[in-house]
Write a protein that binds this ligand. Structure first.
Ligand code: GUN
Length: 293
């Protein structure tokens, strides 16, 4: 079997085109375009790249974005103070505090400070709590797992009743992805570093989500033939043949997996572009919430 490659770039572009049209319609009605404020604390190189990409994507969609940079030495009060100012600013519809925060800052307290209606990352404990409960709807769903579900729906992968296995239990991806799959009526197993018989569990999956951050951990014989495999990992591995000295690989061994899986996302060009597209979608939603008040 050769897996169908899920083209995250093309699917993300569809979402971005729809967002752009929504923004244009908002502006045509005489409203201000949606505004996203990002908060970047410290100098983490990967975070800097991600935040820059988010601003660029906003610009392309007609969303105003305002970047706030704070030094790694910032205190808890300084970061929370900035978030509170942004909560009060009516031109800011969405607030994104880039994670991870430098050591010494309490991310839960900071995320809790964000106004629930501006929490475009969906990381506020109330939004996560609603996601975890039956019959409740969060105001916003975290962008990466939201993108994963969008890809599965787009490809027509049946989630109801499917065995879904999530490798990884992070707050940003693994846990919310598992909760979303449960909302879609999948039977969900979350595996992590202490899981016994990881390979065996993985092989039971009709839908396999890999979000562990270990380069090419998932081999061909971890995959049930025909499964939908979504690779959330983005790992740098040394590669002297590349000018920059490294290449990006996922948590799944692509060459092996493509011979077994039914659907497979590449890295790069799979889940990555979806994260940004879903953030833009959440930001437009935040503006609509503000304008409907
Ligand atoms: N760090 C890694 N992914 C994300 C994300 O989706 N949002 C934020 N705020 N930080 C992240």
């Amino acid at each position: 079997m050769t897996a169908k490659k899920i083209d995250g770039r093309a699917i993300a572009q569809e979402v971005r085109d729809a967002v752009k049209a929504d923004v244009a319609a908002m502006v045509a009605e005489g409203k201000k375009p949606p505004g996203l404020a990002t908060v970047l604390v410290g100098e983490d190189p990967a975070s800097q790249v991600y935040v820059r990409m988010k601003h660029r994507a906003c610009e392309e969609a007609g969303i105003r974005s305002i970047g706030h940079k704070l030094p790694a030495s910032s205190t808890q009060e300084e970061v929370e103070g900035l978030v509170k100012e942004l909560n009060e600013d009516s031109d800011v519809h969405g607030i994104l505090v880039q994670l991870p925060l430098p050591d010494g800052l309490d991310d839960e307290r900071i995320l809790r400070t964000i106004s629930i209606d501006k929490d475009v990352d969906g990381f506020h404990p109330l939004n996560i709590g609603r996601l975890a409960q039956k019959g409740r709807e969060p105001q916003f769903v975290p962008a990466t797992p939201f993108g994963v579900i969008h890809l599965l729906k787009h490809e027509g992968v049946e989630m109801e009743g499917a065995n879904a296995v999530v490798l990884g239990r992070s707050n940003i991806v693994g846990r919310p992805a598992a909760l979303l799959l449960l909302k879609e009526n999948a039977t969900v197993t979350i595996c992590h570093s202490r899981t016994r018989d990881l390979q065996e569990k993985s092989r039971q999956a009709d839908i396999l989500i890999a979000a562990v951050g270990i380069p090419e951990m998932v081999k061909g014989d971890w995959i049930k033939p025909g499964a939908a495999v979504i690779d959330v990992g983005v790992n740098r591995v040394d590669d002297d043949t590349k000018k920059r000295g490294y290449r990006l690989v996922g948590d799944v061994d692509y060459e092996e997996a493509k011979e077994v899986a039914g659907y497979l996302t590449p890295v790069p060009g799979g889940v990555g572009p979806m994260t940004i597209a879903m953030l833009l979608r959440n930001t437009v939603r935040a503006a609509k919430i503000a304008y409907e008040k």
